[in-house]
Design a protein. Sequence first.
Length: 215
Amino acid sequence: MKEVELAVDDHALLELGAFAVTLPAPIRELESPAWLVDLLRENASAPLSRSEDVRTTVRDLLRHGGYKPTGRGKPASEYLVRAVGEGKLSSINLLVDACNVVSFHSGLPISVVDADLAAPPLRVGIAASDSSYVFNPSGQEIKVDGLLCLHDRVGPCANAVKDAQRTKTNATTRNALCLVWGHQELVGETQAATQWYQELLTRAGAECVAVSRPF
């Protein structure tokens, strides 16, 4: 398993769930189990339940550094709710499907990055002024000034809104870093979401371990 070290800046509101995962084979060789895909349904039985309180609290977390989580810049978890409601969320791959299941049912945004594409050192903190990155294959950019982000040696590469194209999982991914973006006021919810996420991946044959946090 690839070891991952992650530094986390002091933050008044953030409760971060983080772990590393190694798949038994590259993503392209793995199929999401039917039981996992079934959990993408609105009425699926799940141990977590999102709420309006979670939605507003997550937005407060993202506002803390000056970012405005509205419009196209809203948390990714809110897009999932709409996609599921419209029947537009389908299976993508094992890592992303598990991410979407937990994010949808918990209401917490989650990032998944390819741990072999993110260049150490890795750090979670608020992005500096004039920060941006490309988030999709067509080259569209998102400005992340004041937004809590995962940073690698190149710059910010993931957050609760949109992850960078350069570190996204792909057909060859075997090692990933998963981040659950939670708020300290949501007592126990970040931990519960992170634990369920690991349980789903482990059941599907992956190996999950906590990341190291250097001081």
